[in-house]
Ligand binder design. Structure first.
Ligand code: P6P
Length: 305
């Protein structure tokens, strides 16, 4: 058994980045514990995207904030649950962290798997840059029957860890890989088919191919399914209500795009621009996303033009 800190050291990941990932992994452990006991009720508040916050959203956000402060490495912190970016003292190193503390939290009362998503960036300035230029790592946690933690480090692959009975994240799969073609499909935002005949035709083509549907409504387990099966395509296009799509670039799409690319997959917006090449202009900006098996994603985007 190899711990994720030992594994990352063997991969040549810097002490500072390993330390920051360690603090993020601690927050995942505490969130997992709180999920099993916490109140799933509403917090009578809304986040910057105008979405109702659950007590669990607020709890998860405060746990992560606390760990990032303790790390003394996160100079800039941007949370989906906070209106503005926050600056923390970071005498040990200058990273930025963007995160969705509890993605899909509305599914928790149905006892479906949900997750936390993190992007780790060089420096403390994100506006005007892109994930390709500044994102050096990303990670996500899946809170399901088992607690899974996947870490991607730029140029060093994506790797899967599992929380064991004594609270350690142990390596379970090294170098995750996504095959270029798939027999699965995870079609998000089917409402968009009402106003987009090309998206309707694309979904119908997946059905006609007798592909296996895998969609829970939680981006984290839905995309983790692609990493765990080494194939699949997840789509979430724009629609009349969400002209830029629903999913956020900094908190969801860019972090997952680094994981997908490190695993040999791809992640594009609805016009075929790689998500990691989208310029960041607003902390809460959204983007359509098609992510997963490279051939599937590229062929799908071609049919939408
Ligand atoms: P819809 C969950 O609220 C989320 O942000 C993602 O986890 C998920 O992929 C998407 O929204 C689902 O959106 O419109 O189907 O509820």
């Amino acid at each position: 058994m190899i711990s994720f800190n030992h594994f990352l050291r063997e991969k040549g990941v810097s002490n500072e980045l390993r330390s920051l990932l360690y603090h993020i992994s601690r927050s995942v452990k505490y969130i997992n514990f709180s999920l099993r006991a916490g109140n799933t009720g509403k917090n009578q508040s809304q986040n910057a995207s105008g979405e109702d916050q659950l007590k669990l959203d607020v709890m998860a956000d405060s746990i992560i904030m606390d760990e990032l402060k303790k790390s003394e490495l996160a100079a800039l912190v941007i949370s989906e649950e906070q209106d503005k970016a926050l600056n923390f003292p970071a005498p040990r190193g200058t990273f930025s962290v963007s995160y969705d503390p509890l993605d899909g939290s509305s599914l928790v009362d149905a006892n479906l798997a949900i997750g936390s998503i993190f992007g780790i960036w060089e420096g403390d300035q994100l506006m005007g840059t892109t994930g390709r230029k500044k994102m050096i790592a990303s990670c996500y946690a899946v809170y399901g029957p088992r607690v899974i933690f996947v870490i991607a480090v730029k140029g060093k692959g994506a790797h899967q860890f599992e929380l064991n009975d004594v609270g350690e994240f142990i390596l379970v799969e090294e170098t995750l890989h996504i095959e270029p073609d798939s027999k699965y499909f995870s079609p998000g935002n089917l409402r968009a088919t009402a106003g987009n005949e090309k998206y309707l035709a694309l979904v119908q083509s997946w059905i006609a191919e007798k592909r296996t549907l895998r969609y829970s409504g939680g981006m984290v387990p839905d995309i983790h399914h692609i990493l765990s099966k080494s194939e699949g395509i997840f789509s979430y296009p724009r629609d009349q209500k969400h002209e830029h799509g629903k999913l956020r670039l900094l908190f969801e799409c860019a972090p997952f795009s680094l994981v997908a690319e490190e695993a040999g997959g791809t992640s594009l917006d609805q016009e075929g621009t790689p998500v990691l090449d989208i310029e960041i202009t607003d902390p809460h900006q959204r983007t359509p996303i098609f992510i997963g098996s490279k051939n599937d994603v590229e062929k799908s985007i071609a049919t939408l033009q």
